[in-house]
Write a protein that binds this ligand. Structure first.
Ligand SMILES: [Fe+2]
Ligand SMILES: [Fe+2]
Length: 168
């Protein structure tokens, strides 16, 4: 593979990696919800891993990806990123409410689950259709590589916990 193509692959992977992280978190959440009645302890472990992973994901976007998008004149900046930050605020609130219910052992998670689902679904779709493709298409190589590495490093920090919870 020519050196240029190899370079390109190493940074276009970020949008894809973030999408995969959305799916990974969806799977964890689904597993946690499914196991809630049968095995609350195991379910709780999945909810905690989900919560840690989601908080890391949105924090990395706010610290690294959104500022990069704004500084490099991404289409729709800063309105798009302002909206995404607002949505993160709602996601954090709904996530806290959900975790509170999980830790207190409430028998019915329906309302908290629905609130988080509503906040998260449209948000992830917006990022996947407007933000991530922009990054993969327009980011300059050197700077984009740094952004990618920083985000992938942070996401990797939450993956060990996932593997442990799957084994446990
Ligand atoms: Fe986000
Ligand atoms: Fe995201």
């Amino acid at each position: 593979m020519p050196e240029e193509d190899a370079e390109k692959d190493s940074f276009t992977a970020l949008g894809e990696a973030l999408e995969q992280d959305h799916r990974r978190l969806d799977d964890l959440w689904e597993m946690a919800t499914r196991e809630w009645r049968e095995d609350p302890e195991r379910s709780r472990a999945h909810f905690r891993t989900f919560s840690r992973g989601l908080r890391t994901h949105i924090q990395a976007e706010e610290d690294v990806l959104f500022p990069f998008f704004e500084e490099h004149g991404g289409e729709g900046a800063p309105q798009l990123t302002d909206l995404l930050r607002e949505e993160h605020g709602r996601i954090r609130e709904a996530l806290s409410a959900l975790l509170r219910e999980v830790e207190e052992g409430a028998p019915d998670l329906e309302a908290e689950n629905t609130a988080l689902q509503d906040a998260l679904w449209a948000h992830n779709a917006r990022e996947e259709s407007q933000l991530y493709p922009w990054f993969d298409a327009h980011a300059t190589r050197g700077a984009a590589k740094e952004v990618s590495q920083e985000i992938l490093f942070r996401l990797a920090g939450t993956r060990g916990a996932v593997d442990q919870s799957r084994e446990g």
